[in-house]
Design a protein around this ligand. Structure first.
Ligand code: AP5
Length: 191
């Protein structure tokens, strides 16, 4: 099994690059943002609760997302591996993921961290907001999401650095150039 975390701030290209990685390496995609948006669209109790946080650019409480991940892992017992996109986003989530995967004897293999400057993040997200219909793609909420990232999510990269799992990847350039760098890091790890 091969388990990969694609890490980075809002708008760094996690979703875009996940699509490419899944196709090439045959991994199952787990995006907590996508799962939460689908719960919001279905109007489920979880979605109604999550929406309050998402619309303000704040993280949804750890226990909610950790429960979602645990269910997803159980639903996919015989797969080549997972790509985690937008999770873990706090150190508590990273520790919970390690516990869940250790229990299955399939730890995280590699964490690829996309490095993108703040001005570029804002440009990408504002531009996406013009067509996405996402309630969190407007200037005010984008600023809060980036602030939340610095406060709660960036310590996750130190957590993985301490565990020798982190590789930093330049996340600016064309989608193809960035995918080539990600593939290089994955291939080096697999070999
Ligand atoms: P989530 O959906 O995970 O949002 P995010 O992390 O803010 O990231 P995005 O999906 O907005 O960006 P991305 O990095 O995937 O970039 P993308 O490829 O789309 O989370 C949303 C909310 O849900 C959170 O705020 C929180 O409330 C909640 N949530 C989710 N997970 C949670 C968790 N684990 N714990 C607690 N709460 C959680 O690219 C962005 C744009 O840039 C696109 O338009 C794309 O086409 C473009 N683009 C991509 N690459 C390039 C490139 N190389 N050059 C130019 N443009 C590019």
């Amino acid at each position: 099994m091969f388990n990969l975390v694609l890490f980075g701030p809002p708008g760094s290209g996690k979703g875009t690059q996940s699509t490419n990685i899944i196709d090439k390496y045959n991994l199952v995609h787990i995006s907590t943002g996508d799962i939460l948006r689908s719960e919001v669209n279905n109007g489920s109790p979880l979605g109604v609760e999550a929406k309050k946080y998402m619309d303000q650019g704040m993280l949804v409480p750890d226990e909610v997302v950790i429960g979602m991940i645990s269910s997803k892992l159980d639903e996919n017992p015989d797969v080549k591996g997972f790509i985690f996109d937008g999770f873990p986003r706090t150190v508590a989530q990273a520790e919970a993921l390690d516990n869940l995967l250790d229990f299955k004897n399939n730890p995280i293999d590699i964490v690829l961290s996309l490095l993108v400057g703040e001005a570029e993040l804002k440009t990408r997200l504002i531009s996406r907001g013009e067509s996405s219909g996402r309630s969190d793609d407007n200037e005010e909420v984008i600023t809060k999401r980036i602030k939340e990232y610095h406060a709660k999510t960036s310590p996750v990269s130190d957590y993985y650095k301490r565990n020798n799992k982190l590789s930093e990847i330049k996340g600016e350039g064309t989608v193809e150039q960035i995918f080539a760098l990600l593939s290089e890091a994955i291939d080096a790890h697999i070999e």
